[in-house]
Design a protein. Structure first.
Length: 636
């Protein structure tokens, strides 16, 4: 019998269509009555969803074991809950949208999501994991929040973007992935730990209840509330603290690395255990700053600004062996001291420097620029260089202190309670206050002139310059010894005052028991026919016949920053000896551009450095007692 091929064709077409329909994903909707996920009675049409199906839940559906679907949409009337017991998991390859309820039953319920998450209902299961790779979004309606532990599944690398403000109750562990906060999308940690990478983009990160950061990196966050940290926390670009930032005491010590700028508008402190902060950028602090330690690292230049009532109540350190510059834009107050290492602190105009409590300074260079320096506590300054400093109130010094560009004392200069001090002054030493011994001796070595308008009653004053010097003694220098060095190297010596030999003064150093009005005159020493420079002792510098040095003007270098050369301009109202030199931030001279007598008028000097690294350099113009300083930045 012959088979009718025409009659068989519709049957074959129908079979193919049925086969395709069976293989294609479907939209599976639960019944209003719901039931167990694996029961056909739970689903309209009696078809249990597969991993390829999109699921809509409009009734209560109970997850049993491990089940999967392509996407999940929970309507306002729907509920997804786990069966009693443990190890119940719903794996959603794509997006999850919830307007109803996703919650735990009598045991923990895990949900794994490979796409977007949007919540407008109740989301309170034990754990929600991000699976897969690629970008996706996370959002919830106002007031909805997420009450779940958010994690990244093993091997997953999701890039998550928040498109609405987020409020999350539960731990967040995004290690392996990252969370980016979109514009005006704050993150509120209602309760729990945050770990992983967060790109805050200047948005608020709000801490409520018992929330903290641990093993995480946050880029450009604004911290609001009580922000606690545990273990290693890293901030990049910038971090702004508006509330309280401190370590989590229950985890012991903690460290914060700020790879960028730290802006403190609130309070930063340690809680019981060590809390160390490292900053590679600039620091602005309007509030209290009291961690265990604050260290500047990385960059060669850091700027520091404090609010009117702010004090740094922790030891501050620059790198010990790398020349680093700290630039003060405002007055600074240190309660626990400053360690410059081989670095430099530059005080910009109006930026006075005050040490309170136990604060002090034990190394480096301070380019004071005429600003006042005070030590109001029990600390001291020692083993450092002060340039153009004004010592106000009471300042204790220790060990060796070199003062370049002159020194002005308007308060009391004394020794530290535990050590003597040797002070060497290059430039005019002007005393308008008191220079006196403390518990240990104060010894002064003046390489230039002295103008005393106050009280000097320290252990020793040594006139040690190599050019003619003048000493205005005021009411007198009631010192243990007053010495004038001849700097002559002959075999026989004779000192003269006003051309008359001094009986018994036959050594290379003239030693007097203090000086008063009876000692006025001009002193010189002769040795083997060679005369030393002259030292004139008078009641005041203004009454001497020596001409006063006229003021200078020093224009900013141009261009600045520069490469390969910059021009320095200065003017002299009268002819005088001039030295124009350039120094690196460690105080080392790298170039001497002018050294000698120059006539009155305008002068232009080209500085074209060779072999110097990029960075900030200081140029100093000196004529007699007048010193002016500028700054230029070389860029290569």
């Amino acid at each position: 019998m012959t088979r009718d091929r025409t009659a068989l064709a519709p049957v074959l077409v129908l079979a193919v269509l049925l086969s395709l329909a069976t293989a294609s994903p479907a939209v599976i909707t639960s019944t209003p009555q719901g039931g167990a996920w694996t029961s056909p009675a739970t689903w309209q049409g009696g078809v249990v969803p597969t991993a390829d199906d999109d699921v809509i839940v409009i009734g209560p559906v109970q997850v049993v074991g491990t089940v999967a679907c392509a996407s999940l949409d929970v309507a306002w009337s729907g509920t997804v809950i786990n069966a009693p017991g443990w190890n119940h998991v719903l794996q959603v390859a794509g997006a999850v949208t919830n307007a109803g309820t996703i919650t735990d039953g009598s045991g923990p319920f895990r949900l794994e999501v490979g796409g977007d998450i949007a919540n407008a209902g109740t989301w309170s299961n034990d754990q929600t994991g991000f699976s897969g790779t690629g970008d996706r979004t996370l959002s919830h309606a106002p007031g909805a929040g997420l009450q779940t532990e958010l994690v990244v599944a093993e091997g997953a690398t999701p890039g998550i973007t928040a498109t609405t403000p987020l409020a999350i109750t539960g731990d967040i562990d995004l290690r392996g992935g990252s969370l980016l906060l979109g514009p005006d999308c704050s993150l509120t940690l209602v309760q729990g730990r945050f770990s992983g990478d967060l790109f805050a983009a200047g948005n608020d990160v709000v801490f409520q209840s018992w929330s903290y950061l641990a093993d995480c990196t946050l880029d450009d966050p604004v911290l609001v509330g009580d922000a606690l940290t545990a273990f290693q926390v890293r901030f990049t670009t910038r971090v702004t603290n508006t509330g309280l930032l401190q370590n989590l005491s229950s985890s012991g010590g903690s460290a914060i690395v700020v790879e960028g700028d730290l802006v403190n508008l609130g309070e930063i402190r340690n809680d019981q255990y060590s809390f160390i902060i490292q900053v590679t950028g600039d620091l602005v602090s309007e509030g209290d700053l009291a961690p265990t330690q604050l260290a500047f690292q990385g960059a060669s230049e850091h700027r520091l600004a404090l609010g009117p009532d702010a004090t740094i109540e922790t030891p501050v350190f620059l790198p010990e062996f790398d020349p680093t510059t700290l630039i003060a834009e405002t007055p600074l107050r240190f309660a626990e001291g400053l360690g410059l290492g081989v670095g430099t602190l530059i005080l910009e105009p109006g930026a006075d420097l005050t040490f309170t409590d136990f604060g002090g300074l034990g190394s480096g260079t301070v380019m004071a620029g005429g600003n006042a320096i005070r030590v109001a506590g029990t600390g001291a300054l020692g083993d450092l260089t002060l340039d153009q400093a004004v010592l106000a109130d009471q300042v204790a010094l220790r060990d060796d202190v070199t003062c370049t560009g002159g020194l002005t004392v308007t308060g009391t200069l004394t020794s530290w309670a535990f050590a003597a001090v040797d002070v060497t002054v290059e430039g005019l030493l002007r005393n308008e206050g008191t220079i006196t011994d403390g518990a240990h001796p104060v010894r002064l070595a003046a390489l230039d002139d002295i103008d005393n308008q106050g009280v000097v009653s320290c252990a020793a004053v040594v006139i040690a310059g190599t050019e003619d010097q003048r000493v205005g003694i005021g009411a007198g220098l009631d010192v243990g010894t007053f010495e004038i060095l001849s700097h002559l190297g002959g075999d026989t010596f004779q000192w003269y005052r006003d051309g008359e030999p001094l009986a018994g003064a036959t050594g290379p150093v003239l030693v007097l028991d203090g000086v008063d009005l009876a000692d006025l005159g001009t002193y010189q020493c002769v040795s083997d026919g060679l005369w030393s420079r002259s030292v004139e002792i008078s009641e005041s510098l203004a009454t001497t016949a020596a001409p006063a040095v006229s003021p200078l003007t020093l224009a900013p270098s141009h261009p600045n920053p520069f490469n390969p050369a910059t021009t320095l301009r200065f003017s002299l109202p009268r002819a005088t000896e001039v030295r124009l030199a350039v120094y690196d931030v460690a105080g080392r001279e790298v170039a001497r551009l002018v050294d000698g007598l120059r006539p009155a008028g305008e002068h232009t000097v080209l500085w074209q450095p060779r072999g110097l690294a990029s960075g900030t350099y200081l140029y100093r113009l000196r004529a007699g007692d007048s010193v002016l300083t500028g700054r230029a930045t070389l860029l290569k």
